[in-house]
Design a protein around this ligand. Structure first.
Ligand code: UD1
Length: 355
């Protein structure tokens, strides 16, 4: 069996790693295509090394651009690759532009597509990721889901039962795999994290593109920082918006994007996490760290119903909520968040081939 994996942006890389490792164990032929949607060393290259993913076989170097431009470039540049490689399966991950663009091309070429992390929905079409999820799932031939609610969602949308396979959450495979290395980095202590600290990541347009919203965010984080260390590795778009706003994040430790094990070290030891990332909502649930997600909705409801996640829209209320946060004595992990999801992805692909 030959798999062609397409990844492009930072959140894709920890999803690819466990699937690729499981493929190696089962003797599967694998080609990795990086679209180049993220290209900075600390947004991409470092992740490949830290996660033990081999260098991409092919890089499409699409770079930044509007969503239309970026998607169009991926579509144009991946077609000859798929025609030449002719894999048994295109495997795509998550909800980024690369996921949707590759899926559109493969569908028209009659190449079967498997979507890892299928069936997640925020119900919010103002998010570009929601559009990517809808299109990808509608076209993909094998829908590999991370949680049971995703199965229900896909059935409700009319996807046939035989295309839906619950595999669990590959992000948690990467988390468990990297935890010992995360601990060994000693990174959290080096940046002043003391166990009372809050780890922050924010990059969604809805939070950082509106200057009024961003100003309120800066105030809430500065208030928090009067009470405890606040560690904030900022995504490039966030850094650019903060620079443009010109208000100081008083007392907050603002960092460049950091490597995966370093981030895990800051998160696993944190009192709480404040974020708008999808992956962090899952990682905090698996680690039993309270998470405050600054969004009106989430495509990962299981992190609320079974995990430690809470949605917060009122930024004035954030400091008090964070202060009152308590770690659960024993974290409850959703079904299939067990470190073996990558093996189940490969098993599903092998079975679908012969079945
Ligand atoms: C993308 C994903 C999002 C994911 C996020 C995580 C889509 C639709 N969005 O959004 O789902 O949560 O990645 O990181 O695919 N830039 C750099 N260096 C890079 C890459 C980008 O400086 O390596 C800059 C770009 O020039 C741009 C910004 O960062 O200013 C990227 O913003 P955008 O293209 O909107 O995508 P992300 O926010 O990264």
């Amino acid at each position: 069996m030959k798999l062609l994996h397409v990844v492009g942006a930072r959140p894709n890389f920890p999803k690819l790693a466990p699937v690729h490792r499981a493929g190696v164990r089962r003797g599967v032929t694998q080609v990795v295509v990086h679209t180049g949607q993220h290209y900075d060393e600390n947004m991409s290259g470092a992740f490949f090394r830290d996660l033990g993913i081999p260098e991409p076989d092919i890089n499409l170097d699409v770079g930044s651009g509007s969503h239309a431009v970026q998607t169009a470039r991926i579509i144009e540049r991946i077609e000859p690759v798929l025609l030449e490689q002719r894999p048994d399966w295109l495997v795509v991950y998550g909800d980024v532009n690369s996921t949707m663009a590759a899926t559109i091309v493969a569908s028209k070429l009659g190449i079967r597509t498997a979507h890892v992390e299928a069936g997640l929905r925020s119900g919010d079409r103002s998010m570009p990721e929601e559009i990517n999820r809808l299109v990808t799932d509608r076209l993909a031939d094998l829908l590999l889901t991370p949680s049971r609610d995703a199965d229900v969602q896909l059935r409700a949308e009319g996807e046939p039962a035989h295309e839906i396979v619950f595999v669990g959450n590959v992000m948690i495979d990467s988390l468990f795999h990297a935890l010992p290395r995360a601990e060994a980095t000693g990174f959290a202590a080096r940046v002043g994290a003391d166990g009372r600290h809050v780890a922050v990541t924010l990059h969604r347009p809805s939070n950082v593109d509106d200057p009024e919203r961003l100003r309120l965010l800066v105030r809430a984080l500065s208030t928090l920082a009067r009470e405890r260390p606040v560690i904030f590795p900022a995504h490039p778009r966030t850094k650019a918006r903060l620079d443009a706003l010109g208000e100081s994040l008083e007392g907050v430790t603002l960092l460049e994007p950091i490597a995966y094990p370093e981030m895990l070290d800051v998160v696993r030891t944190a009192h709480a996490v404040v974020t708008d990332s999808g992956g962090l909502q899952e990682e905090t649930t698996a680690l039993g760290v309270p998470c405050f997600t600054l969004r009106p909705n989430t495509e990962r409801p299981v992190t609320i119903t079974e995990g430690t996640n809470q949605l917060v829209q009122d930024l004035a209320a954030l400091p008090a909520l964070v202060s009152a946060a308590v770690r659960p004595s024993a974290p409850k992990r959703p079904e299939g968040w067990d470190g073996a999801a990558g093996d189940r992805v490969i098993a599903a692909l092998l079975e679908a081939r012969t079945g």
